[in-house]
Design a binder for this molecule. Structure first.
Ligand SMILES: [Zn+2]
Ligand SMILES: [Zn+2]
Length: 209
């Protein structure tokens, strides 16, 4: 599992789960793709080795680099079905804020799982920040890639169209029961350790709801 921290405004944390198949989660902004590919190369990862690109949701800071990365890798782009109608809105919204989003097609909607063997991730539908937001759970590592559901000391915005703070709270309750060792959010720091992650859940529930 590799973490490539967000590089600036309009970007997000990118993660790569290496194995068979190799999955890349949220490629971020196209502006930073070249630099990211250089970082990946240092880790021994080539774009051609990426088979699946998963977006935790359709906001432009997460899927901006989908198309250029797909052109390099030939990977399939996957997203939750609940994001289907929201996708177009989300990309237009991005343009409104001056974020580049080269047009891309979703190749398949996410099912209950993605990947296989060591890279198997359970897909948990965790709406609230957007209608089709997902979190991806690796059972062996007790690790969750949670997109913009929750961060260190914060939660995802719910004031964009399709957002809901009740749904976000329900999604938080759902993932609080997982006894995670690693929480890997779409922005900011990665959290390690069950106790630290539990305290972060308590903090955000107390402050934002
Ligand atoms: Zn978002
Ligand atoms: Zn984001």
């Amino acid at each position: 599992m590799y973490w490539y921290p967000e590089r600036g405004l309009g970007d997000c944390n990118m993660y790569v789960v290496e194995g068979d198949p190799t999955i890349l989660v949220d490629p971020g902004s196209p502006r930073y793709l070249e630099g990211r590919l250089r970082e990946m190369k240092k880790d021994g990862l080539e774009p051609e080795g990426i088979e699946i690109i998963v977006n935790t949701h359709s906001h432009p800071d997460h899927c901006g680099a989908n198309r250029p990365l797909q052109e390099l890798s030939g990977a399939k782009i996957m997203i939750h079905r609940g994001e289907g109608d929201h996708l177009r809105f989300s990309l237009e919204f991005g343009r409104y804020f001056g974020m580049e989003v080269p047009r891309f097609e979703v190749d398949a909607y996410l099912g209950e799982k993605v990947g296989g063997g060591e890279t198997e991730l359970l897909v948990l539908h965790t709406p609230g920040h957007s209608p089709g937001s997902v979190s991806l759970y690796h059972a062996g590592l007790r690790l969750l890639l949670c997109g913009d559901l929750v961060f260190e000391g914060g939660v995802g915005r719910t004031d964009f169209p399709g957002g809901s703070s009740e749904e976000l709270l329900a999604s938080l309750e759902r993932i609080s029961d997982l006894h995670l060792q690693y929480l890997l959010p779409g922005h900011g720091n990665v959290l390690r350790g069950e106790e630290r992650i539990r305290r972060n859940f308590e903090f955000v529930k107390g402050h934002f709801f």
